[in-house]
Design a protein around this ligand. Sequence first.
Ligand SMILES: Nc1nc2c(ncn2[C@@H]2O[C@H](COP(=O)(O)OP(=O)(O)O)[C@@H](O)[C@H]2O)c(=O)[nH]1
Ligand SMILES: [Mg+2]
Length: 314
Amino acid sequence: MASLLERFLQGDRAALARLITRAEYREPEFLAAVDQLFARVGRAYRLGITGPPGAGKSTLVDGLAAGYRRRGDQVAILAVDPSSPYTGGALLGDRIRMRSAEEDTSVFVRSMATRGSLGGLARATIDAADLLDAFGFGRVLLETVGVGQAEHDIVSASDTVLVVLYPGGGDGVQAMKAGLMEIADVFVANKADQPGVDRLVDDIQQMLELRGARHGWVPPVVQVVASERRGIDELGAAIDRHRQFQEEKGLLAERRHGRRVEQVRRDLEEELRGLILEELGFGIWIDGEIRRQVAPATVAREALRRLKGQIGRF
Ligand SMILES: Nc1nc2c(ncn2[C@@H]2O[C@H](COP(=O)(O)OP(=O)(O)O)[C@@H](O)[C@H]2O)c(=O)[nH]1
Ligand SMILES: [Mg+2]
């Protein structure tokens, strides 16, 4: 019988889904395949879609995915927001599925569990994005709610970040607090059918003036009515402009490089924690020191001293 990797390389989506799970749990079958898989990574364009709950991210992703499918792109969605209505992909897949005997052309949808993945949500999700990339999806869309460090890490690991806001309720201020202004490449003023959208656009633009351009790029603000698929083409064009801008300036390669380095660091952090606290037995030792009333900072310093004694330098 063909191995999981062989079936993956043959374009078997069930094998893809299984390999994503193997990656989540860092199983040997995944680890043995990573070098071969990594050689195929780098062709997909990754979009991160974030913003507060209820902003219309899922509705927007649905619309964007449909647009890309019409252009003939292979599209995959990773939903980190557990409330995303993509369960099983039926909702989205049925609507835009194209009948084809030899090829499964529907949108591939995967929901990432916010609990249970060994070693962190960000690592699991970015690994999943790599697998989708290696599998041959030209567009990978990552939806996350704009809260929490893991979500921030995930969305930052894409090629273009869309921050989706909607009129009312001090949205712009919230976005600024959540650090969304910092990571946005394109702003979506969604629910432009609702009152207050002009005010929202003004607020974003004012904050952008304070923030200034990054590497010469000023994020555009695109008005969209995702529920009616209005403004999706304009948004697609803004994303394309951002991609082109980054490619021309060599920024995309740099961004991807930074992402790889970050991936190694995150992986190391996850593994080191387990190595130090469990495998090397520092967890038990720390517990004992604290019971002896030693100051936490002193315990940490002593732990570090012992650790350094055990490892050499690169
Ligand atoms: N009026 C209006 N409602 C929208 C629009 N886009 C999405 N919605 C609605 O907003 C609600 C939240 O949408 P959803 O996509 O689940 O938001 P998410 O939590 O950001 O993923 C749903 O009831 C959508 O139908 C829009 O452009 N206009
Ligand atoms: Mg959602």
